[in-house]
Design a protein around this ligand. Structure first.
Ligand SMILES: NC(=O)C1=CN([C@@H]2O[C@H](COP(=O)(O)OP(=O)(O)OC[C@H]3O[C@@H](n4cnc5c(N)ncnc54)[C@H](O)[C@@H]3O)[C@@H](O)[C@H]2O)C=CC1
Ligand SMILES: O=C([O-])CC(=O)C(=O)O
Length: 351
């Protein structure tokens, strides 16, 4: 009897104290999980904490990969979903949907040339999320990030569930590369380098802020110019080196796992988690912009203000804003065209 009373009391205390009920584990769905990024990303996420279900979706058969990953000696389960009609079940009740589905670049291509093929992925995933997990965080790896995120935002908006704090374009690879190249140059561990990378995720829209580098960057203007260019063209460096066999996959999986870990730590209620990402933003004249964000229980908790920049950085921001503005417009136009053409996606709500 005493034992029962004690148990009742404990459960009442738990109910009365919401912080005790704070969630520690989540369902994460990876769309495009069978691909060059999807597979190593799934492995890295299996190796980390905080995921009660890792739902793997792809157009190709996922059973083998899911079974393989389910033998990793970590808690949580792995589920597999294959084919377009299994997208909704895959993301159903997910806390976080990460999208690594879509075509990578071939040598000679620009990222925006992928929109014709990959824009459809954004529309389909945003539609499935609208139906099956409208409160989930949605993070896109798929290129062209600068257009894909505005396209997805448009679909979510039309479906009446858009929350700009929950939609992200993952630009962490730009930060990871900056940390590595700067660490090597300064002969320190990349783990000890911190630098915001703002703007977007293509060419000149990728802007590492050397003026904000910690520790202070010791290189003259010529070095900064050269390293900025290398960071902006690092994706192309990999595309060329892979010579027709795709673009960055392993470093992207590393960067993606870092970003997912930060999102999950935010969801758990940890404070002070800051990452750069490409999101709907009011910091500049561009409707979508990458900048440092504090993450929290509802996605973006707070936009960090843009720092005072060097005059060269200010000029670079002025040059990149029209590009991201144009990219956002193309993404939105793409989504609206798809929605108009598709009778299945809430056509009556189109203005
Ligand atoms: N944000 C970033 O920093 C980076 C983005 N990327 C982008 O990530 C994307 C994926 O790259 P990879 O993994 O190398 O390509 P991949 O071709 O190796 O894999 C893509 C996977 O997506 C699947 N897929 C295609 N359409 C799908 C759909 N509608 N639903 C579910 N799955 C679908 C394919 O079956 C394939 O398994 C590309 O668009 C690439 O440009 C790549 C590197 C960095
Ligand atoms: O360059 C690409 O096409 C893939 C990518 O976004 C990157 O590596 O940054």
């Amino acid at each position: 009897m005493l034992l029962l009373d004690g148990l009742k009391l404990l459960s009442n205390i738990a109910l009365a104290a919401p912080w005790r009920l704070s969630r520690r584990t989540f369902k994460v769905a990876i769309v495009g999980a069978g691909g060059g990024i999807g597979q190593p990303l799934s492995l890295l996420l299996r190796s980390g904490p905080g995921i009660k279900e890792l739902a793997l979706h792809d157009l190709v058969e996922m059973k083998g990969i899911a079974t393989d990953l389910s033998h990793v000696s970590k808690s949580g389960m792995v589920t597999s979903f294959s084919g377009e009609n299994m997208l909704e079940p895959a993301v159903s009740c997910a806390d976080l949907v990460v999208v690594a589905a879509g075509m990578p670049r071939l040598p000679g291509m620009q990222r925006d040339q992928l929109m014709a093929a990959n824009g459809q992925v954004a529309v389909k995933v945003a539609t499935a999320v609208s139906v099956a997990c409208p409160e989930a965080l949605l993070a896109f790896i798929t290129n062209p990030v600068n257009m894909i995120v505005p396209a997805a935002a448009e679909v979510l908006k039309v479906n009446g569930i858009y929350d700009p704090c929950r939609l992200f374009g993952i630009t962490t690879l730009d930060v990871v590369r900056s940390e590595k190249f700067i660490g090597d140059f300064m002969k320190i561990s990349p783990d000890n380098v911190k630098i915001p990378v703002i703007g977007g995720h293509a060419g000149i829209t990728i802007l590492p802020l050397f003026s904000q580098c910690q520790p202070e960057f010791h290189g003259d203007k010529a070095v900064i110019k050269e390293m900025t260019h290398r960071i902006q063209e690092a994706g192309t460096e990999v595309v060329k080196a892979k010579a027709g066999k795709g673009s960055a996959t392993l470093s992207m999986a590393f960067a993606g796992a870092r970003f997912v870990d930060s999102l999950l730590r935010g969801l758990k209620g940890e404070k002070g988690i800051v990452e750069c990402a490409y999101v709907a933003s009011e910091l500049t004249d561009a409707p979508f912009f990458a900048s440092p964000l504090e993450l929290g229980k509802d996605g973006i908790e707070r936009f960090l203000p843009l720092p005072t920049m060097s005059s060269t950085e200010e000029e670079a921001v002025a040059k990149l804003i029209p590009v991201v503005q144009e990219n956002a417009k193309e993404g939105i136009d793409f989504a609206r065209k798809c929605l108009e053409e598709s009778m299945e996606v809430f056509p009556s709500s189109l203005p």
